[in-house]
Design a binder for this molecule. Structure first.
Ligand code: RIB
Ligand code: CA
Length: 301
């Protein structure tokens, strides 16, 4: 029985690769989208487009928040392309569904008794609204796995990460209310690099592989060197899928965490002080890079 997951994301090219691997390795029951790398209308359409291309029109796509709770939306169009999938031609937009993601996810989570995992690879706005509107939902997940912050307990070589920086209030709400949280920080994600010379391998995996080749060629040129190797680039969000499907690829530490929400340290993730008013989080402290890359390519065999 495959692990049943709901994925909240802001595709975005690394989100797209994560989704194409998730539908091969996990039971993706729903995808919800959020404004982040690009605006919500594009992240929503991109998720629909990717699932359609992969022949998975059966997977419902939901739309959530168009912007963070307090701060304005800062898009990452430079690295993901204006519409979020590199140079992919503008995909025709359909109107967003009237029902918001958190309402549909809550309804599904209430009716399901089976174990269910939650993965978030974008700003945490949708998840925070879900947990505030339905606190009983916050504790029902087998795991809540996020691409999240620059984390204490890891080798911190940078101090902010896009998802948490964009919506630090939502990120802190998730830490306060979620249970069974496991986090992939940017510092570990930037150890698991994909060599630029290997991107051509995607071309042998059909039309999905051809799109991944085109998108990752674009993305790789923008992101190369981010992990310190000029001939390789990180695939951040993909590590959340690996953390659910193959957690032994990682070493983990446990800490109570909080997020700095205002001021010059906005988005910084710190060890929570004082009485434990929040659950302990599992933090990936290292990744088996060769094992991760073998896992990534095996996803397409
Ligand atoms: O910092 C990395 C995160 O920001 C990834 O989720 C990427 O898609 C962007 O959203
Ligand atoms: Ca993302």
């Amino acid at each position: 029985m495959r692990t049943r997951v709901i994925i909240d994301m802001d595709p975005g090219i690394d989100d797209a690769l994560a989704l194409m691997i998730a539908i091969r390795r996990l039971d993706v029951v729903t995808v919800s989208t959020v404004g982040g790398n690009v605006k919500l209308a594009d992240t929503y359409q991109n998720a629909r487009y990717l699932l359609d291309l992969a022949g998975r029109q059966d997977v419902p796509v939901l739309a959530g928040a168009s912007r963070p709770m307090f701060y304005p939306l800062i898009k990452a169009a430079d690295i993901h392309g204006e519409a979020g999938l590199g140079g992919t031609p503008n995909i025709p937009h359909v109107p967003l569904p009237r029902e918001r993601a958190w309402t549909a996810i809550a309804a599904y989570a209430h009716q399901q008794t089976e174990p269910l995992h939650l993965i978030a690879t974008g700003p945490l706005t949708n998840i925070a609204v879900l947990f505030l509107a339905h606190p009983e939902i916050a504790a029902r997940w087998e795991s809540i796995t996020c691409m999240f912050g620059a984390l204490p307990g890891t080798h911190v070589d940078r101090f902010e990460e896009f998802n948490v920086y964009l919506d630090p209030h939502a990120a802190d709400i998730v830490l306060r209310h979620g249970k069974n949280i496991q986090l992939i920080g940017i510092n570990v994600a930037h150890r698991a690099l994909l060599p630029l010379r290997d991107v051509a391998r995607f071309k042998s995996y059909g039309r999905v592989g051809q799109l991944l080749f085109e998108m990752l060629t674009f993305y790789g040129e923008q992101a190369k060197g981010e992990g310190g190797d000029p001939g390789a680039f990180p695939v951040d969000d993909v590590l959340t899928i690996a953390a659910v499907d193959a957690p032994d690829l990682f070493e983990w530490v446990e800490l109570p965490l909080a997020v700095v929400r205002e001021g010059p340290l906005r988005g910084t993730v710190v060890v929570a002080q004082g009485p434990a008013d929040r659950p302990i989080c599992r933090i990936a402290s290292s990744v088996n890079v060769d094992g991760f890359l073998d896992w990534l390519w095996a996803s397409f065999q």
